[in-house]
Design a protein around this ligand. Structure first.
Ligand code: F6R
Length: 242
């Protein structure tokens, strides 16, 4: 694991964007795995800026998002599809047919999950996967528990996650209780992984990810087994690292 500690969120966003730009420059038809949430917002803003300055071209890439709330329609302002359109897809030239989002639809969800993994494999696998991390150590919505799952699947969100994400909703009750998430299989099969974390609420999860035991109670700890992970954290998120 390569650990990059930066001074602030802007620097984190720029460093992450630079890694994506380098990947797309080296491979214009790159397959990118994308995350949502607060953490990568600055990275997407940087990418949009670099694109508008003609410094990166996204027209050849294929994207696969990590997760989506179950039952939230794509038009819903808190859906991850809405987020991606708002922060990236509507702001850069990228072909709609190259965008892949997990389904919010609970009907035939198992079939959808199976096909999502097949689509990732058919695209040649993920070249570069961007991850955030939950304060509880989740990546995607692979939540802590007794077991971790390999394929894309429907997951019950933990109380921690529902509470953490309620800041985007009118109330805790309004937060969906389930999500469809890529499993650890597609994540671990990615060629390269970048994990981003900012703020002291992530400090414990980062310490356990970087230097703790590999355990299902900190799903991100499995990244220790991946051969090309770059973790970019601000000083607060790095605050408990020795
Ligand atoms: C989002 C995702 C989640 C978030 C994590 C951190 O697609 O997969 O794992 O990355 O919950 O969220 P923020 O960045 O909002 O703290």
């Amino acid at each position: 694991m390569e650990l990059i500690i930066v001074d602030n969120y802007q620097e984190l966003s720029e460093r992450a964007a630079m890694l994506i730009v380098a990947e797309v420059e080296a491979k214009p038809r790159a397959v990118l795995g994308l995350a949502t949430g607060s953490t990568p917002e600055g990275m997407y803003a940087e990418l949009v800026k670099l694109n508008s300055e003609g410094k990166v071209d996204f027209s050849g890439i294929t994207t696969f998002n990590l997760d989506e709330y179950a039952g939230l329609a794509p038009e819903h302002e808190q859906s991850y599809y809405y987020y991606m359109r708002h922060h990236l897809f509507n702001q850069v030239k990228i072909r709609a047919e190259q965008i892949n989002m997990p389904s919010c639809d609970l009907e035939n969800v198992d079939q959808f999950c199976f096909e999502y993994d097949q689509r990732i494999a058919a695209a040649g696998g993920i070249d570069l996967q961007v991850l955030g991390i939950g304060g509880n150590g989740h990546i995607g919505f692979n939540e802590p528990g007794d077991q971790l799952r390999v394929p894309t699947h429907l997951v019950d969100l933990t109380e921690d996650t529902i509470l953490a994400n309620s800041r985007f909703f009118s109330s805790v009750e309004a937060v969906p209780k389930q999500a469809v998430t890529m499993g650890l299989g597609s994540i671990m099969l990615a060629n390269k992984i970048i994990l981003l974390a900012a703020g002291k609420a992530k400090a414990e999860a980062i310490t356990r990810t970087v230097s703790g035991l590999i355990t299902t109670s900190v799903p991100a700890s499995i990244l220790q087994l991946h051969r090309d992970v770059t973790i970019i954290v601000d000083r607060e998120a790095a605050g408990l690292l020795s």
